[in-house]
Ligand binder design. Sequence first.
Ligand code: SF4
Ligand code: SF4
Length: 450
Amino acid sequence: MQTEEQKSKTAPGREPQTKYLREQQKKQRQQQRFIKKETQTAARYLGRLEQLSGAPAAMQPFVEVLRRIYVEMQGVETDRPTIGTYCVMVPQELIYAAGAQPVKLCSGNYTAFSIGDDLTPRDACPLVKAVAGFQHTGLMPVYRDCSMMVVPITCDCKKKIAGMLRDSVELITLHVPASREDADMEAYLRQLYELMERLEAATGSPISSGSLAEGFQMVGRAQAEFSEFIRLRKSSPALLRGTHSMAMMNASAYMSADRWADAMHGVNLELKERIRTGEKISSRSLPRILLTGSPIVFPNIKIPLLIEEMGGLVSADETCMGERGMWDPAVITDHSFNGMLRALANRALRPCPCPTFADNTQRIYRLKQMIRDNEIQGVIYHVLRGCLVYDFEYRQIEEELGKLEIPVIRLESDYNEEDVEQLRIRIEAFIELIKLRQEPVRRTGIRESF
Ligand code: SF4
Ligand code: SF4
């Protein structure tokens, strides 16, 4: 006598149904494997972040947000519709004005990267491969929940990922000009008007002068806490580690500006208390390093972690999921609606030190300013494999820093852990080099000037 299973295999007409079920089960197993691997990696990096000494207790809300998104795989905590963005050049004020919450979707996920690797050309950067991976699996709530996505076209990878995402989500692109002439600003302003209309349609909330002013207020408060934080971060001896700082900045991608500002206020109070009580993160004078280059997005924080686990200090970072994200507040000189939008267009393009622009004097100026203000002793220049815009800039940056006698190394990395040992060796050697250069300062008490 045939069992039910045998019958279902042989009965005419039931074969396609069984095949469908088998495929569904296979898909489910693949999804479970994906979730397990992805959450394990994120949990491991969160663990290392927490083990690193000197974390302020007040940074816990940021850690919890990263845990919620990457380990518990939940959506962003908000009652507003969410709008996905892929670059700091998307004005968050406009999204808040439409009654929505911006969510930065650039990804640092290794498991999503390995899936996206099969969907994109070999030489595409890992960041967009991870985005493609998430979009393909449809498993990550922060991507799934978005009412619309905004993709500024800043490089070929962004252009092509916008094309891929468009198939499954409401999407608008912003053309980012190569230069920042007045005509370019006018063109960007026109695009912001178009973005405004699309946001209104996606959220059903009209944007008024009043709601735009509220958007400015929300973001402005976060930026005010951020500048206080940066002022405290410059302290020497250091009050906190750069990896912790970068994690807090990464968490801003999934928090409303209000919540982020409240949590950052707590961190600032704790850092001021550290100054009062003389608490430092280390009794030794740690080599002060500036980390710059391609985006460093959680959970891909292996480079700042390695630097600080090897005895260096990331005193400052010039990266777009780090300090760049809140660096320049929009300056309103004309309070009309058009004036406010113009302020957003200006802020998005004029001061941005992203190498996507043809002229990078802005970027070199900003790096030199950070080196001076943070008493930087060495620069680590990070290049994600396939990220040409950052790689192109390296030679010129190396030349400029050479004139200041600031050592710099280029570290290329990918979204996996295969390169960790090689990175560790190079970072360790770089830190030793800085320590050797510190010696004359220690003996003579004279700091090198530049
Ligand atoms: S690296 Fe440049 S283009 Fe890429 S997200 Fe950051 S600011 Fe935008
Ligand atoms: S700027 Fe670099 S990291 Fe960002 S999307 Fe383009 S290639 Fe990728």
